[in-house]
Design a protein around this ligand. Structure first.
Ligand code: ADP
Ligand code: ASP
Ligand code: MG
Length: 459
């Protein structure tokens, strides 16, 4: 049995947290591999440093060093601390050189390099804590493992095939010898050997990539909530934990804003049918949420809702688009030249509407303006909208359900601006203004999760 265990920022954010998760690792049966995020707050701090390097670099190095060394000193004895410093020092010297390297700072992947530094030090802490408890452990960076990433700066994708080959060579021998490898989350390396991050929150995805590469039996994502919940508990205090979900449900919700999992976490594990658990590192006795190929039918109309905010609708008018699919194909080809994410597409007789991120509007428009006037009559942009993603058991198949959902939305005076129903087998998605997201999620939860629960209890 091989379990890949990923710990998020708050799970490794302090001395107590590191001690807690070390116990969780130690108590897990079979072979295990750990993937870790940076200590909480560290990545934000590194992002801020990149934004004003000249002003921030000295402070960053001091704070960074003292935060990690304080924890190491408190949890290791003198001899163990000396061993820790042997690995800490060269990593820290590299980090320092990077912050003063003006040539490297001009590289488009520089920010990836700087912001991925946190993971290189949290992994060291965890590794040396486990060693101090008597376990054989080794801290491996994504470079050491050969986790290969491709794509634009700050938005990499893993090359699963190459990563599997590399990890078979670089990591498997340690597992076979009884070591617990502690691997840096968040980033891979390009073919030019430059760190490339997987987007914010990317350690979940990195862990799924590691689970795929090692053909793990289980991926555990340890975080600060009880599991995947019916809504973000910070928005809906009554949100309840979901016991089981299918890959499809979790993938839709993660892609459309459920921050508990990075948007692309499911794909690498789904490909190899590796089950995934979301668990609370502060309450290891809780079972968490199991995400896998199958789940029991649960008779819950709405199981969970998420929202992806800060999107824009681009509406393109063109005469009788419905009779000319070639125009839709041309528009799609133009937009895809930028490689930006498309969150939804809908068409009518003479318009086609796309949903993209606010930040991608400018680059998308510049592509569309290159098109022939005969194909594109008019382009309208509505910014600051959000896509609400609802996942439930009979949401798509039960007649009248969407009517009930939209009448709840109407109760909070929100206007539905775009709908996608039927495209996914498990999700009903629609678009409202950014400012309507909170009331809409709250009313949906109240009507279809909380009232449903009350009804089930009273039966
Ligand atoms: P980590 O540092 O462990 O990766 P994150 O902060 O990235 O943790 O993700 C966990 C947070 O995701 C939770 O604290 C919660 O506020 C938020 N969240 C958003 N949607 C959901 C959801 N549907 N279920 C659980 N948590 C969610
Ligand atoms: N440390 C990175 C971030 O804060 C990656 C992660 O935590 O998943 O975005
Ligand atoms: Mg996260």
């Amino acid at each position: 049995m091989l379990t890949v265990m990923k710990f998020g920022g708050t799970s490794v954010g302090s001395l107590e947290a590191i001690e807690r998760v070390s116990k969780i690792v130690a108590n897990t049966q079979g072979n295990k591999v750990v993937v870790t995020s940076a200590m909480s707050g560290i990545t934000n701090f590194l992002v801020a440093c990149c934004e004003d390097l000249e002003y921030m670099r000295k402070d960053t190095l001091e704070t960074f060093e003292s935060k990690h060394l304080e924890v190491a000193k408190a949890m290791l004895d003198e001899k163990q601390y000396a061993e820790f410093m042997k690995e800490f020092k060269p990593r820290f010297d590299n980090f320092k050189a990077l912050l003063y390297d003006e040539k490297a700072a001009k590289n488009p992947y520089y920010m990836d390099n700087v912001t991925s530094q946190g993971e290189r030090f949290s992994s060291l802490l965890l590794c040396h804590k486990l060693r101090s408890m008597g376990y054989k452990s080794i801290a491996l960076t994504s470079e050491d493992c050969g986790i290969i990433a491709e794509g634009k700066p700050l938005n990499g994708n893993a090359n699963l095939r190459m990563t599997e080959t590399n990890m078979g060579i670089n990591v498997m021998p340690y597992i076979n010898k009884g070591y617990i490898p502690i691997i840096t989350g968040f980033y891979g390396v390009t073919e030019d050997d430059l760190p490339l991050t997987f987007g914010r929150g990317g350690s979940d995805y990195a862990a799924a990539v590691v689970a795929n590469a090692l053909n793990a039996d289980m991926l555990e994502i340890w975080t600060d909530v009880d599991g995947f919940m019916s809504a973000d508990p910070r928005v809906v205090p009554h949100a309840k934990k979901i016991d089981e979900m299918s890959y499809g449900e979790a993938a839709e919700l993660a892609y459309f804003g459920a921050k508990v999992l990075h948007p692309r976490t499911i794909e690498p594990v789904r490909k190899k049918h590796i089950p995934l658990k979301v668990r609370n590192s502060f309450k290891p006795e809780e079972k968490g949420t199991l995400i896998s190929r199958y789940r029991e039918y649960s008779n819950e109309l709405l199981r969970s809702a998420a929202a992806k905010t800060d999107l824009s609708i681009i509406t393109i008018s063109s005469p009788e688009i419905a009779y000319r699919p070639d125009i839709v194909a041309k528009i799609l080809a133009k937009i895809s030249e930028n490689d930006d994410s498309l969150y939804s597409i809908s068409t009518s007789l003479s318009t086609v509407a796309f949903l993209i991120h606010n930040n991608d509007v400018k680059s998308t428009l510049s592509k569309l303006y290159e098109m022939d006037n005969a194909d594109v009559e008019k382009i309208d942009v509505t910014s600051d909208v959000a896509l609400i993603c609802c996942v439930g058991d009979d949401l798509i198949s039960t007649s009248g359900v969407s009517g009930e959902i939209f009448s709840a939305v109407k109760e909070v005076d929100a206007n539905v601006m775009m709908i996608s129903e039927g495209a996914s087998a498990v999700a009903l998605n629609f678009v409202v203004r950014n400012c309507d997201v909170l009331p809409v999620i709250k009313i949906l939860h109240e009507r279809f999760v909380e009232e449903d629960e009350d009804y089930a209890e009273s039966e």
